[in-house]
Design a protein around this ligand. Structure first.
Ligand code: HEC
Length: 238
């Protein structure tokens, strides 16, 4: 279900350049190579806290403003404007919120140490939970594309889902369940007979789809909503 699109072409060029430079000079050039760990998932998993979607906007409004932890003010040398700065100056230990400064200061009970400092409102339990879960999940530099249930079309929404989650098995070579899901007509046929919605919502009397052994590839709530909406609208070929 997760489709990481790593943008690493520029890094490739940079590394080639570093190697070339190192071979003519004898000292190793001091180049800060950016981290290439920002991954974008094609769909949002409701159990995952995404840095770009949720954590960064929260930290931006609660901490990284003028006079506090933006790049210009950097109170206590803490700058919370980018992923790298948040990890380094917020002393975030992936998987260990209680050992992460960022988490400790927002849960601090001493009013002299709590962040954001009074008279600002402390973070709500829900906001603290977001930071906690993000750190527990590895404090990744991740993002996902939001669930859009307004603009659902066959070509932009349904086809990519079928191609990434169903075509592996339902193609002319695999012929799983004697079913091919290649064209619009193929998909429209199982939309019409109820099997598309029945199998993905695990309705009684239907087999459960997609049928992967790897549970990470199961269909997300967002994709289910999008498919159900499209079917209810008469599964248009748009
Ligand atoms: C890993 C392989 C695999 C994937 C991925 C997969 N399927 Fe299936 N599918 C099967 C198998 C195997 C069957 C036959 C199961 C059975 O009859 O017990 C089947 C059966 C079906 C059936 C029932 C066919 C019938 O005539 O009763 C439907 C509908 C279906 N799949 C839809 C989907 C959809 C929609 C997706 C994607 C969201 C999907 N499948 C993904 C393997 C897969």
């Amino acid at each position: 279900m997760e489709t990481p699109l790593k943008i690493s072409t520029s890094l490739l060029f940079l590394s080639v350049w570093v190697v070339a430079a190192a071979s003519c000079k004898h000292d190793i050039p001091q180049i800060n190579i950016p981290q290439a760990d920002s991954t974008v998932s094609a769909f949002c998993n409701s159990d995952t806290v995404y840095f770009k979607n949720t954590v960064q906007p929260l930290i931006q409004t609660a901490c990284a403003y003028s006079g506090c932890h933006d790049a210009a003010s950097h109170e206590d040398d803490v700058i919370l404007d980018t992923y790298t700065n948040i990890i380094n100056t917020g002393k975030v230990k992936a998987g260990n919120p209680d050992d992460s400064k960022l988490y400790k200061v927002i849960t601090e009970t001493d009013s002299d140490d709590i962040m954001p400092p009074p008279p600002n409102q402390p973070l709500s339990a829900a906001q603290i939970n977001i930071i906690y879960n993000w750190i527990m999940q590895g404090a990744k530099n991740n993002a996902c594309l939001q669930c859009d249930t307004l603009n659902v079309t066959y070509s932009q929404t349904i086809k990519p889902i079928i191609e990434s989650l169903c075509k592996t098995c339902h193609n002319p070579y695999m012929l799983s369940g004697n079913l091919i899901l290649t064209t619009y007509d193929d998909v429209a046929a199982i939309a019409a007979n109820g099997k598309l919605v029945g199998t993905i919502t695990h309705a009684p009397g239907y087999v459960t789809m997609p049928d992967f052994a790897d549970s990470n590839k199961y269909i997300g709530q967002c994709q289910i909503k999008q498919i159900v909406k499209w079917v209810n609208e008469g599964y248009p070929d748009n």
